[in-house]
Write a protein that binds this ligand. Sequence first.
Ligand SMILES: C[S@@+](CC[C@H](N)C(=O)[O-])C[C@H]1O[C@@H](n2cnc3c(N)ncnc32)[C@H](O)[C@@H]1O
Length: 299
Amino acid sequence: MSSEQLTLADSIRKVHQDLRRDVHQTPEAAESIWNAHVANFDKLNEYAQSMRQLAEHHWADKAHGQTRLTWCYQTIKDYFHGKDISGLQRRRARDQRKQITHEICSNCQIRIEHGIQKPRVLDVGSCYNAFSQYEDLETVAIDIAPADKSVHRIDFLRTPQPPLICTHSFDTIVFSLVLDYLPTCGQRLSACLIAHQLLTCFGLLLIVEPDSSLRGNRQAAWRQALESIGFGLVSCVKATNLHCMAFRKLSLSNEMNVNDCTRIAQLLNIPQDDESLETDRQSVDIDQKLFDELPFFVD
Ligand SMILES: C[S@@+](CC[C@H](N)C(=O)[O-])C[C@H]1O[C@@H](n2cnc3c(N)ncnc32)[C@H](O)[C@@H]1O
């Protein structure tokens, strides 16, 4: 790893560690810690620039054309515009054959019948708006720390924010390396519930997570959590150092009581949630490797 890359990875890691440490120390203040974090523009701007540099100049060089970005793009294309028949149509036909009915609103019914030409994508935690290169997608990019002027400075945990971000209006929502940034399971669940609210019927939720987050059987637990709140698994790819998961929205609403929320949130646990500060310091090596290796090759 070059010394520039080390410095960049270091500054990113420090932001993650500080946030986690503060929340570990006073979990009851998690919300106000998060709000202070989002308001710390200097720290976030530095993070944004480092992240962009790493992603565009270091990871991209190693990716040989196959990245988390291309996985997302290909999954969206296959789902909405499959070569012979789209994934969406194929799944609906299969549901019909098996006599499984899912709720669908009349607007979405009509849109799907006409074919969704240019899927509307919300890239959450976009950083530098990498999806803007795909002209056949209509992308809205948001981040608490934008690294490009086309990215809107918005905290996803505070959406919807009409008119830009309305409920039931996106065909795809992307969480690429974003859920593990959130320091609590409760925030991860909130993000997934908001995504459910913002997606159109049968819309896609794409989740990319570092391997370190979904080690062990966590991937199955995450799937269970997503299924409990009204999503169905579309595909799942284990790549070197990354897990990529695609879900489709299968229900119109997902009302839950507090007990359900607590139980489901626990499923969205990552190893860093349980680690003491000492272990967190030890995990630097793992993170370092992670940030060095993120561009992936499919196994
Ligand atoms: C590790 S970076 C990933 C950037 C990009 N998605 C990628 O895959 O290269 C995580 C990004 O998520 C953003 N982020 C974290 N929580 C967010 C939230 N609640 N709302 C919007 N952006 C958020 C961070 O500011 C950061 O830019």
